[in-house]
Ligand binder design. Structure first.
Ligand code: AMP
Ligand code: GLY
Length: 416
């Protein structure tokens, strides 16, 4: 089949590698891509958030499947425009992608579906913000009610910081703090049938021991040796299926990747957020373990055929990915630095670009590369991922040194 991939970060490079490894894929096209994606796909030049342009490109490429990576094109209606041309798209409609685009909408769906999540208030003025902060107490959780590329959330003990974030955002959701380890569960769905991938954990704060500001994600690992048995079944039964049923009931079925972000609290799994797409960088770790051909799986979801798809097959062992970030990330990443050592296997490109003059690889974003490795167990995968990081040269770069460390040491516990 001929596949068009929309997006150009580390997640899309990992998706591109997964797609071309599927023997049924004869050609892969990508917009906008990055130099890593460009090694395995034909890069085309259209604006990824322009539904009409992407749909026209899909027709021109003779695409049998369009895979939409990031949230912005989904919310813009790219998957709808592609489907309107009769071409299968992996990714929800703009209406269903609202589940990620609006935190208030997501809360409304969860309430209607009886899905366990943090109690929350939608607030638009200082007075209601103050009441909500009083009700829940510290630590305060204040979320921008709109797309914020994973950066619209402030979790703080400092009341003033919480109030300032609310004021800067305008419309916010303020919610109860959920204590417990976080889990990312990716669910591939055609709207009705739903298939979970391996659970993963990502690391949102920029610094070791979860210090510093939130980022898009500094690393990830899968699967989770500390997860209680039956966790995935429980999340599918109590969260994924009821959510999908509620969206069907509303006439906006969700087909694509339902990303369930959870806290495993003393009272059980609670939803922190839904996303309408693969997570970054969890995708890099999860796909490193997937043996089932990726394009066939996504095509089955895009065509309503998931019930007939064979069960997923996974490599034994574990995978770890570590993000190499630019100096100054996340506040003010410096770009334009030369990168060496990005050719090793397991390294995917996130924010990179080739210099026209000499083809040198340069940093072009905050998260520059993701170094992924698998191993027979989590400790081995972690060692191999850090070995890969040591092979990368990028002036001023930084990375977390504790990705998967607590899990390897058996230090992750569920509050009881
Ligand atoms: P979000 O964009 O909603 O995933 O939030 C980003 C990060 O903020 C999450 O990964 C959590 O680490 C943290 N967070 C969000 N909501 C909560 C909550 N209700 N309780 C505790 N931490 C939260
Ligand atoms: N890893 C978090 C996200 O993709 O939003």
């Amino acid at each position: 089949m001929r596949v068009l991939l929309i997006g150009g970060g580390g997640r899309e490079h990992a998706l591109a590698l997964g797609l071309v490894a599927d023997p049924s894929v004869e050609a892969l096209f990508a917009v906008p891509g990055n130099p890593g994606v460009g090694e395995v796909a034909v890069l085309r030049d259209v604006v990824p958030t322009d539904p009409a342009a992407v749909a026209a490109l899909a027709v021109e490429c003779g695409a049998d499947l369009v895979v939409v990576g990031p949230e912005a094109p989904l919310v813009a209606g790219v998957a709808d425009a592609v489907r309107a041309k009769g071409i299968p798209a992996f990714g929800p409609s703009a209406a269903a992608a609202h589940l990620e685009g609006s935190k208030a909408f997501a809360k409304d769906v969860m309430t209607a579906a009886g899905v366990p999540t943090a109690r929350a208030y939608s607030c638009a003025d200082a007075e209601s913000v103050g009441r909500a902060l009083d009700d829940f107490g510290a630590p305060y959780v204040v979320k921008n009610d709109g797309l914020a590329a994973g950066k619209g959330v402030v979790v703080t003990e400092d009341r003033r910081v919480a109030e300032e974030h609310a004021r800067a955002c305008g419309q916010v959701v303020i919610e109860e703090y959920l204590a417990g380890p976080e889990v990312s569960l990716f669910v591939v769905t055609d709207g009705e049938t739903a298939v979970p991938l391996l659970p993963a954990q990502d690391f949102k704060r920029v610094g070791d021991d979860d210090t510093g500001p939130n980022t898009g994600g500094m690393g990830a690992y899968a699967p989770l040796p500390w997860a209680p048995p039956g966790l995935v079944d429980e999340v599918m039964r109590d969260i994924a299926h009821p959510t999908l049923a509620e969206l069907r009931r509303r006439g906006t079925p969700f087909a694509g990747l339902l990303y369930v972000g959870l806290a495993i609290t003393a009272a059980g799994p609670r939803v922190i957020e839904f996303n309408a797409r693969f997570g970054d960088p969890e995708t890099q770790a999860v796909l490193a373990l997937l043996e089932t051909p990726l394009a066939g799986l996504l095509h089955a979801a895009a065509t309503g055929d998931l019930a007939a798809h064979p069960p997923l097959r996974w490599r034994a062992g574990a995978a770890v990915t570590v993000v190499v970030a630019a100096e100054g990330y996340p506040a003010k990443p410096r770009t334009g630095d030369v990168i060496h050592g990005a050719e090793a296997s397991g390294i995917v490109h996130a924010g990179t670009v080739r210099r026209a003059a000499d083809g040198a690889l340069l940093s072009a974003g905050g998260r520059v590369l993701c170094c992924t490795a698998t191993g027979s167990d989590l400790a081995a995968a972690r060692d191999a991922a850090y070995e890969s990081v040591r092979g990368v040269e990028l002036a001023g770069s930084h990375h977390r040194s504790d990705i998967a460390a607590a899990a390897v040491a058996g230090r992750i516990t569920i509050p009881g």
